[in-house]
Design a protein around this ligand. Structure first.
Ligand SMILES: Nc1ncnc2c1ncn2[C@@H]1O[C@H](COP(=O)(O)OP(=O)(O)OP(=O)(O)O)[C@@H](O)[C@H]1O
Ligand SMILES: [Mg+2]
Length: 154
């Protein structure tokens, strides 16, 4: 059993994607793939939308700040779980990084249209459960859980 999910949940599908740091040409391809896989899995528009937003923000952060990372997507009977682990500089002050408007984005990142300091805040607000941990000079780990609305058809 994957530790990401509750014991009452059954895993329906899981996928893993690699993200390359610094490659802005490919930025967004993993979250686009996640969006289409979740549609194929029959998830509601609302869950697909939230999952696409959080995975996009996490993917852009890997591209912007880390050397490389992995995004794991787990579809369970009750939720979409997105785990993101990267190898990179880590985040020295998570509380500060979570603040709206705080950004260390350099000129290149800002020219690409990123660096508003909203990514982590949005990830947290679109997730039903959000965990973040980081070790300086090692990397960062995020876990987002987006609950499925099971009332209609599951
Ligand atoms: N994976 C990461 N590795 C290292 N530092 C990170 C990582 N993700 C975020 N950070 C740090 O946290 C800050 C805030 O991240 P956040 O995603 O909220 O905003 P941003 O990336 O600066 O701008 P935006 O996401 O709005 O384009 C970043 O500027 C960076 O300093
Ligand atoms: Mg960001």
């Amino acid at each position: 059993m994957n530790p990401a999910v509750n014991e009452s949940d059954s895993i329906l599908n899981q996928y893993s994607f690699e993200v390359e740091g610094g490659n802005f040409n490919a930025a967004g391809t993993v979250s686009t793939r996640i969006k289409s896989l979740l549609k194929q899995n029959g998830l509601s528009d609302d869950v697909v939308r939230k999952s696409a937003i959080v995975s996009y923000e996490a993917e852009i952060n890997i591209v912007s700040y880390a050397r490389k990372g992995t995004i794991n997507l787990i579809v369970t009977s009750h939720a979409v779980v997105i785990e993101v682990v990267d190898e990179g500089p880590g985040i020295p002050n998570i509380e500060l990084a979570m603040e709206q408007g705080y950004s260390t984005a350099n000129q290149q990142i800002r020219e690409m249209g990123f660096g508003a300091g909203m990514g982590l805040h949005n990830i947290k607000s679109y997730s039903d459960k959000f965990d973040i941990s980081s070790e300086v000079d090692k990397g960062t780990f995020l876990k987002m859980i987006i609950a499925r609305n099971n009332s209609k058809k599951d």
